[in-house]
Design a protein around this ligand. Structure first.
Ligand code: NAD
Length: 383
């Protein structure tokens, strides 16, 4: 068994290096996930054989020496996964997500709690630091403790505000989110690559990661990248009553500051909310939205259908939205590999805390694999 654990550790570390450091995976994510789970299971059964370099103990990959390194003031962590296999009739088995909810409620000493559910973007995690409302640094996740300084490339991403908007601008804020390439931009990029007799990219994630980690920011600027905010690591200089108390309030503050939230309908018109409030002017991929604050518990009637994220009063609502998004997934303007479920109340998040490489208050609820790396490999792609 010791040998099996060693072999899986080496194999997964090789795949992780190809994926995170070289942006050039050689196996589909589903295969990586399956081997990772097997290693997790064996390590739980035989903890004495777990190696210190095991991928289950680490976040991400090594950083590239070509970039200056940035030490993260707040570590950039990973997420634990839950899978919901579907039977032949398309019925989901949500046992793992229900078990997550039970753990959360037990630890909080409550019978039920509110969550947000939002897309798990298939891109690259980025941290953006603003001082007095101005973007001063952008860094990749790297190994979670130290990332790469990609400020110059990030400045070329058009939907990242170089200066924050609104009346609630903190003296310092570190925004976390995902850089990705919209599906339409990915298709256009690959058409250009082929026309110029260059190799096409394997998938939007590799195209985004490769573009962001370009040493030449002119090339990064030509590759239309897109950013979605999904969290705030730290901030300063905001009076207590203006601070967000829930994750949903954090997201809406991000929208107020000028960041895009995921909204997938093409809607250049004002979208009236089911509650009658005038809401988001959006466009494909999501625009900054005015603040329709879905405060507190489930916000069923507070968000327009074009939103790809939701505040849910309980886990049953979460699962319903997950299933809706699984149907919507092929029609989204961006790629996702699951939905992220987060405890909405920030005080509850703090109480739950972290395990070694992931928060205990969130889970990545993965969708079944969609990709087939072997097919794209056959046409000799660039990764
Ligand atoms: P992860 O991608 O499963 O989850 C953590 C990341 O999710 C965060 O860093 C963040 O970037 C991202 N994220 C997207 N949307 C988010 C949201 N709304 N809120 C919060 N975070 C959000 O974790 P990981 O450890 O980076 O990667 C593991 C996954 O990468 C594996 O499950 C596998 O699918 C893939 N992988 C594949 C290979 C391969 O060889 N094919 C190798 C290594 C990893």
């Amino acid at each position: 068994m010791q040998n099996k654990i060693k072999q899986l550790t080496e194999q997964l570390n090789r795949y992780a290096h190809e994926y995170y450091t070289l942006d050039a995976p050689t196996v589909p994510d589903s295969e990586y996930d399956q081997l990772y789970r097997e290693l997790e299971r064996l390590e739980a059964e035989f903890p004495q054989f777990r190696l210190p370099e095991s991928p289950t103990q680490r976040v991400g990959g090594a950083i590239l020496s070509e970039f200056a390194s940035v030490a993260h003031a707040v570590p950039m962590l990973s997420l634990n996964n839950a899978f919901s296999p579907q039977n032949a009739n398309g019925v989901f088995d949500h046992a793992e997500t229900l078990a997550f909810n039970e753990r959360v409620c037990k630890d909080l000493g409550v019978s039920s709690t509110a969550y947000t559910i939002e897309p798990k973007f298939d891109g690259l995690a980025i941290s953006l630091l603003y001082q007095n409302g101005v973007l001063v640094q952008a860094a990749t996740r790297g190994d979670g403790a130290v990332g790469e300084d990609v400020t110059e490339n990030v400045r070329t991403i058009r939907n990242i505000p170089l200066k924050l908007h609104g009346n609630r601008i903190p003296t310092m804020i570190e925004v976390r989110g995902e850089v990705l390439m919209l599906k339409a931009d990915f298709i256009a990029l690959n058409e250009r690559q082929i026309a110029q007799q260059q190799k096409p990219f394997a998938n939007p994630r590799n195209a985004a990661a490769g573009s962001l980690r370009q040493l030449n920011s002119k090339i990064a600027a030509e590759r239309k990248l897109h950013f979605f905010g999904y969290g705030i690591a730290r901030f300063d200089g905001i009076v207590a009553e203006n601070r967000p108390k829930t994750h949903a309030e954090e997201l809406l503050w991000l929208a107020e500051l000028g960041f895009s939230l995921p909204q997938s309908q093409s809607c250049h018109e004002l979208v009236p909310s089911p509650c009658g409030r005038g809401l988001g002017r959006g466009q494909n991929g999501g625009d900054p939205l005015p603040s329709p604050l879905p405060k507190g518990e489930g916000a069923d009637c507070r968000q327009p259908e074009s939103y790809d994220w939701k505040v849910c009063a309980n886990i049953a609502e979460v699962l319903q939205f997950y299933e809706q998004m699984s149907t919507k997934r092929p029609h989204l303007p961006y790629e996702i590999d699951g939905m992220v479920i987060k405890v909405n109340d920030l005080a509850q998040q703090e109480k739950l805390g972290f395990v070694s490489r992931a928060p205990r208050w969130a889970i990545a609820h993965k969708f079944p694999a969609e990709e087939a790396l072997t097919v794209v490999e056959d046409i000799d792609v660039q990764v």
